[in-house]
Design a protein around this ligand. Structure first.
Ligand SMILES: O=P(O)(O)OC[C@@H](O)[C@@H](O)c1c[nH]c2ccccc12
Length: 267
């Protein structure tokens, strides 16, 4: 089988984790995590936002493997403040350097400039990265079912929960959704983008939303560009959204954020 981008990212991540562990041992990371800012409520904030509008996880993303450079003028603290003023509920910050031109310090910079609960957006394979997320003051982590087996996902989730963080479980098809529903986290992200082919279609949310039980919180992720897109996804059953590119390409991020959130479909 040919190597997909997800295979490439995973191979690179594993070498990165090994070298991080060698330079910064786990006990040091744990010490920093114990001294981190108290956790902010990620899932509860989305739930509250959804009761009279949309929940928005606004993403700080400089580049991606499919789009290349998305935003040149890039200051995580400035962008985070614009998102907060525009009405975002939570932040997502890419910390992966090799494929997304992110960086670990971007997370604490963005979160520190706002009051918003913040997700570490990265490819998580090792509990070390989960503790590291908390040491950077993350309030939530992402787990990508396409990249993990059930045992790994459960272990990483347990570690996040032990540190008080919420977990966004990302799925792209029915089989991944069923595996995600066997985990504990109530937060399910349906990625409209296939991480292997980069093909993006809002039909992914349309077809999976009905299979997400009412006691879970559904987030539609990727490829959302307008308030009409959010409306269409709300009609399919998603009231929370993860948006990066469409907002990152705007000169006035605050105004664009407010605009996309205007006119929510009543819950
Ligand atoms: O920029 P977009 O199309 O609005 O997508 C945001 C977010 O959903 C996307 O960045 C993403 C979703 N899952 C991921 C996993 C890894 C890296 C990135 C992602």
């Amino acid at each position: 089988m040919t190597e997909t981008i997800l295979d490439k990212i995973k191979a690179h991540k594993l070498t990165e984790i090994a070298s991080d562990k060698a330079t910064m041992p786990l006990d040091l990371i744990e010490g920093a995590a114990r001294n981190a800012d108290p956790v902010r409520p990620f899932v509860d904030s989305l739930r509250r936002a959804q009761t009279n509008g949309y929940g928005l996880i606004a993403e700080i993303k400089k580049a991606s493997p499919s789009k290349g450079l998305i935003r040149a003028d890039f200051d995580p603290a400035v962008l985070a403040t614009a998102y907060e003023r525009g009405g975002a509920t939570c932040l997502s910050v890419l910390t992966d350097m090799a494929f997304f031109k992110g960086a670990k310090p971007y997370l604490s910079q963005a979160r520190g400039a706002t009051m918003l609960p913040t997700l570490r957006k990265d490819f998580m394979f090792d509990p070390y990265q989960v503790v590291e997320a908390r040491s950077l003051h993350a309030d939530a982590i992402l787990l990508i079912m396409a990249a993990l087996d059930d045992g790994q996902a459960a272990e990483l989730e347990a570690c996040a929960m032990e540190w008080g963080m919420d977990v966004l479980i990302e799925v792209h098809d029915r089989a991944e959704l069923d595996r995600a529903l066997a985990l504990k986290s109530p937060l399910i992200g349906v990625n409209n983008r296939d991480l292997n082919t980069f093909e993006t279609s809002l039909d992914v949310t349309r077809s999976l939303a009905a299979h997400v039980p009412d006691d879970r919180l559904l987030v539609s992720e990727s490829g959302l560009h307008s308030t009409e897109d959010l409306k269409a996804m709300a009609e399919a059953g998603a009231r929370s959204f993860l948006i990066g590119e469409a907002l990152m390409r705007e000169e006035n991020v605050e105004a664009a954020t407010a605009r996309i959130l205007a006119d929510p479909v009543p819950a």
